[in-house]
Design a protein around this ligand. Structure first.
Ligand code: NAD
Length: 310
């Protein structure tokens, strides 16, 4: 029986890792503004020459990731259903836009094919597209709405892994697949029932596909953010709290005060994008089958009893 180690191509892999380390240490640090704070980053372009597809890349976390990928030297294909937003973002970062409803397998295949015809390869697939809801009690849940949510959040990601894996196996240079899960997969009570179901399913799919694809040098990981004031989250807060005019700042304030161990600090779109960049880069070259949680510690520990430390 073949093993992952024996099938691996050590020269290729070591070359990447060594190159990543060299570039990291060779560069001077750079200060950038994120979320009003100064953040120190290495000046190296961590995805130089890489080709990426981002589903749901027209706005929110996907758009922030597209910008950070491009800043780091990647050629980015944005695949979304918001054509105007997606096209203008793609134009602004020297990328490409394609209309892609992740529910349709053929659309996702076309997005991957665009990367192949444009740049001849696919290095990074970020399966990010997702929707929230339907809210409400388990006792009255509408199964058609559940099916719709699962077709986007689960089937959409499955389509992305399938076609990215085909392209990456064909390219014989490994690759990196990142799937969007959520804090709602880890802790109950943070999303609607079908949403939690979908996001936990994604972690299972990530782990099983990481098992199969490791032999090809393809890493598969998840990110699980919590409480990012995107259009999706702000829309959900407006609906649940009945406050039509609620702003992203108000949502961030609630998350910072009640949904984070880092009191007063809530996650920005860029906090998540930077974590995705890490998983897409060679700096995470030995990380696979991992779920990187970006939640200010919220799902790992409770601060309710923290008076015992003071
Ligand atoms: N905001 C948060 O706090 C949070 C937390 C955990 C996970 N997430 C996940 O992050 C991902 C991005 O969400 P966001 O918060 O940036 O919200 P968002 O609504 O701003 O972005 C979602 C993007 O996905 C696209 N999309 C939706 N359905 C699609 C489809 N069928 N085909 C292609 N694209 C589609 C939308 O057009 C949009 O561009 C989602 O999967 C979401 O579940 C968000």
């Amino acid at each position: 029986m073949k093993t992952a180690c024996r099938d691996f191509d050590p020269p290729l892999y070591n070359e990447h890792v060594v190159a990543g380390r060299r570039s990291q240490y060779a560069m001077e640090p750079q200060i950038v503004q994120r979320n009003g704070d100064d953040v120190q980053r290495t000046a190296s372009k961590r995805l130089m020459g890489k080709v990426a597809v981002i589903t749901g890349g027209a706005r929110g976390i996907g758009a922030a990731t597209a910008k950070i990928f491009a800043e780091n030297g990647a050629s980015v294909v944005i695949a979304d259903i918001l054509d105007d937003l997606g096209t203008s973002l793609a134009n602004s970062i020297g990328g490409r836009y394609i209309h892609c409803d992740v529910v349709n397998e053929a659309d996702v295949e076309s997005a991957v094919n665009l990367a192949l015809t444009w740049k001849g390869k696919l290095d990074v697939m970020f399966n990010n597209a997702g929707i929230s809801g339907p809210e409400g009690s388990i006792t009255t849940i509408d199964m058609e709405q559940v099916k719709n949510l699962l077709s986007v959040n689960v089937n959409g990601i499955l389509h992305g892994i399938k076609h990215a894996a085909r392209a990456m196996i064909g390219g014989q240079k490994g690759g990196c697949i990142i799937c969007m899960s959520s804090s709602a997969a880890i802790m109950g009570g943070l999303g609607s029932h079908p949403y939690s179901l979908s996001k936990e399913a994604i972690i299972g799919l990530m782990r099983s596909t990481a098992c199969e694809l490791g032999v090809h040098g393809i890493r598969v990981n998840c990110v699980s953010p919590h409480g990012v004031a995107s259009e999706m989250l702000v829309g959900a807060y407006r609906k649940i709290l009945g406050k039509k005019d609620m702003t992203p700042e108000e949502v961030s304030k609630i998350v910072g005060e009640r949904g984070s161990l880092l009191k007063g600090r809530s996650p920005s779109l860029e906090d998540v994008a930077e974590a995705v960049l890490f998983l897409a880069s060679e700096e995470s070259g030995y990380i696979t089958a991992h779920n990187l949680v970006i939640d200010g510690g919220y799902t790992s520990a409770s601060s309710e009893m923290s008076f015992i430390y003071h």
